[in-house]
Design a protein around this ligand. Structure first.
Ligand SMILES: Nc1ncnc2c1ncn2[C@@H]1O[C@H](COP(=O)(O)OP(=O)(O)OP(=O)(O)O)[C@@H](O)[C@H]1O
Length: 260
């Protein structure tokens, strides 16, 4: 058990390079239990790399990542599996298997990871589909026959299927129209609350970020250069944040393309 003052997720001075390319250069961030933090930052700044480091898919060459106060960077495979079993994930493209019916996509982690009996996993999948507003009839369909918004709902149902402590949302509204994006944001907020999870999201969609974040953190040149409650984002006093949230081509952030 951990107390409420222990961050659910702590990244301390994380460095990650690929050859000569330094992507994370001292990334530090604490995410408190049941907090929803959105990471913003330009394309290619390392937001996905940061999530992959937390999941153990990439190994930082310096720094530490703690979950519930426990260091995770050098875990054995078995311990890593145990940590990752606490984490749900909604991928950018929902990453559904078209060869399996919707319910089995939702139940995938329960059957494969938790070795749950199919009947029980099926019933939980139907319950989770209901939580995201989809009926049992959708459970029998192929993901290939669903609209983009429905696929996102199914991805969300799968992310919450194992009642995770932590959920990652990777660009949850990409590819959706603004109204469906809003609906998915509301569902994300509702589901995260119902499960009692801690959430980290990465997105370029500022209206979505404002809806789902308690706090935002801006990544620039491998570090968190500003973080604060979502209500302070418009008065951050940080020129980089201002440029980013207004999507302005002029300002201190010089995109690689603009240098050409
Ligand atoms: N396995 C890898 N090998 C080499 N380079 C990589 C690898 N993974 C990521 N990178 C590089 O790291 C940089 C950051 O990538 P990342 O996907 O984290 O960016 P991002 O901030 O999530 O971008 P976007 O918002 O466009 O999705 C990019 O330059 C990318 O090419």
């Amino acid at each position: 058990m951990t107390d409420s003052k222990t961050p659910k997720i702590r990244l301390k001075d994380v460095h990650k390079s690929f050859g000569p390319k330094q992507i994370l250069r001292g990334f530090s961030l604490d995410v408190m239990p049941q907090e929803s933090v959105v990471i913003i930052g330009g394309s290619g700044t390392g937001k996905s790399v940061m999530l992959k480091c937390i999941l153990g898919l990439l190994s930082p060459e310096q720094g530490e990542i703690e979950i519930d106060g426990q260091p995770t960077v050098h875990l054995s495979n078995a311990d890593r599996e145990e940590v990752n079993a606490k984490i749900g994930m909604l991928f950018q493209n929902a990453a559904l298997f078209d060869s399996l019916p919707v319910w089995e996509n939702v139940a995938f982690g329960l059957i494969q990871g938790k070795r749950m009996k199919r009947k029980l996993a099926h019933d939980i999948a139907i319950e989770k589909l209901a939580q995201v507003g989809l009926g049992a009839d959708v459970g029998k369909m192929s993901p290939a026959d669903l609209s983009g918004g429905m696929r996102k709902r199914v991805g969300l149902a799968r992310a919450i299927a194992g009642d995770p402590d932590i959920i990652f949302f990777d660009e949850p509204t990409t590819g959706l129209d603004p109204i469906m994006g809003h609906v998915i944001d509301n569902l994300i907020v509702k589901c995260v609350k119902e499960v009692g999870a801690t959430a980290i999201s990465i997105t370029h969609d500022m209206p979505s970020a404002r809806r789902i974040a308690d706090r935002m953190a801006m990544l620039y040149q491998g570090k968190v250069i500003w973080h604060g409650p979502v209500g302070q984002i418009d008065n951050s006093g940080n020129d980089y944040v201002d440029q980013f949230i207004h999507g302005s081509a002029d300002g201190p952030i010089q995109m690689e393309l603009l240098k050409l």
